[in-house]
Design a protein around this ligand. Structure first.
Ligand SMILES: [Zn+2]
Length: 167
């Protein structure tokens, strides 16, 4: 028997991120990036956020702008833009954080482990050899803010430099 490995269930286990008003995947305003909400990138199709409750360092979330819950509701343009961004974001993580591998996927519905089930989002989880012990680090919640801010600063310039032709 093989185990299905689902690190993004951690958002379900740990509970939702403390949110301002409204949906986590719809940061207020129209700025392209915002450290406060861990927004690394935004265009008219999608947002890229750092997960406030990461399974590993650099755990990214890619979501469509529209508040929809399933990939079946995506337009072709949205779907293409999302998959292109998953590719670009993975390339940025590879280049900056040098992981040994990735888990990439999405949970559709609360039963599947989605922490925020009503707004579709893809997880990109960089993996390092021996990173299973990261959960022990996570338990020390005080260490997370500095950690995330540092990662945000390391990744942001690459997202600012992305030149994506609008579809
Ligand atoms: Zn939403």
């Amino acid at each position: 028997m093989n185990n299905l490995w689902t690190p993004w269930r951690i958002e379900h286990v740990l509970g939702k991120a403390p949110q301002p008003d409204g949906c986590l995947f719809e940061p207020a305003g129209d700025c392209k990036s915002d450290k406060k909400t861990l927004l690394l990138y935004r265009d008219h199709h999608l947002v890229v956020l750092l997960n406030r409750f990461p399974y590993t360092n650099g755990h990214l979330l890619v979501a469509p702008i529209r508040h929809i819950s399933c990939i079946t509701e995506l337009t072709t343009a949205e779907n293409c833009a999302l998959m292109e961004m998953v590719k670009h974001a993975t390339a940025i993580l590879k280049n900056r954080l040098k992981p040994n591998g990735f888990n990439i996927g999405c949970n559709i519905g609360a039963i599947a482990g989605a922490g925020i089930a009503d707004h579709l989002h893809y997880h990109i989880v960089p993996r390092w050899n021996g990173d299973h012990n990261f959960i022990c680090v996570l338990a020390d919640i005080r260490t997370i803010p500095e950690h995330i801010d540092t990662t945000f600063d390391r990744l942001l310039p690459d997202f600012l430099n992305l030149h994506i032709t609008p579809a």
